[in-house]
Design a protein around this ligand. Structure first.
Ligand code: ADP
Ligand code: MG
Length: 288
């Protein structure tokens, strides 16, 4: 039966934007009970637009906050970074030089700008450094918040939003119709994860998960008896993809993530995974 499965999997994958790196992946796909998605760029388009720029510390104005943010994000290729630098360019803001740039994977970025230590970070970094999250009622539940720090104190914040892909709704429905639970595992904040998960009527989410914790979440689900498939991108997702029963690297993912994966999702489209699982189950039923 293996050559048949191999032949079928090759033809199905070619039609559906999937690269199957591992011949047993197709076999394993029909045993999946739970699919954990990374959010950004898979369930969502991964294209962030800035909604709000707000100075919190009165030593700064909104323009300065965007300027510091852009100086940092100019050196990052994270989807959030693109959103912030695009906004600065749109507003014709001059982007200052950044020195000693450092990428803190899953947490943010930092550098020295105009002799000042600045950082653009998410809530995980604030928590880790005991920095209180500023209270404001201007943030919508679907917005990702980037905090701009100067000398490790909050100077301001920038909110951004991404759009849920059109294909996500039908993909989740189709997976659930095939008895597969769907979860989000993301480094993004609780509100955003909850809002996407509810919008798509998914079975649950894990938010604020640091890169090295993603693998732990996969193990946790496996220990509950789930056969877990996981999508991911970036070097930081590679260990989680390797731990998952089926690791799925998304299209724009780095080479390292792709090397650990069983399947590569060429167009980052969640509908393609739903198709793979549906065909996998149908093929198996026909063979027995
Ligand atoms: P995901 O798990 O959704 O792929 P990442 O691990 O890429 O998320 O990032 C997790 C969080 O880390 C982001 O939601 C953000 O808060 C923060 N972060 C990562 N990179 C940056 C950056 N370049 N600028 C600001 N914040 C960042
Ligand atoms: Mg990511």
């Amino acid at each position: 039966a293996v050559p048949l499965v191999a032949a079928i999997s090759t033809s199905i994958s070619a039609q559906n934007g999937l690269l199957i790196r591992n011949r047993t992946a197709f076999e394993k796909s029909r045993k999946i009970t739970l699919l954990a998605f990374d959010k950004t760029g898979t369930l969502t388009e991964g294209i962030f637009g800035v909604n709000l720029v707000k100075a919190i510390d009165t030593n700064y104005d909104n323009k300065k906050i965007l300027q510091l943010g852009a100086a940092l994000e100019n050196h990052s290729n994270h989807p959030l970074a693109q959103g912030i630098t695009n906004k600065a360019k749109e507003e014709n803001i001059q982007i200052p030089e950044a020195e000693e740039f450092e990428n803190m994977t899953g947490k943010g970025v930092r550098a020295t700008v105009n002799n000042m230590k600045v950082a653009a970070v998410g809530p995980a970094y604030l928590e880790e450094n005991d920095i209180e999250i500023p209270k404001t009622d201007e943030i919508k539940n679907y917005e990702t918040v980037v905090y701009i720090l100067a000398d490790n104190k909050i100077a301001g914040l920038i909110t951004l939003a991404d759009k849920i892909r059109d294909a996500s709704q039908s993909a989740i429905k189709s997976l659930q119709a095939n008895g597969i639970k769907t979860y989000i595992i993301t480094g993004d904040n609780e509100n955003v994860a909850k809002s996407v998960s509810e919008e798509l009527k998914m079975d649950g989410y894990f938010a604020g998960i640091l890169p090295d914790e993603k693998q732990e979440k996969v193990k946790e689900l496996q220990n509950k008896g789930e056969v877990v498939a996981m999508t991911g991108d970036g070097i930081n997702d590679a260990p989680a993809l390797a731990t998952a029963d089926v690791g799925i690297a998304v299209g724009s993912g780095t080479d390292i993530a792709a090397e650990t994966a069983d399947i590569i999702l060429v167009n980052s489209n969640p509908q393609d995974i739903a198709s793979l699982i549906k065909f996998g189950k149908a093929t198996f039923t026909k063979m027995i």
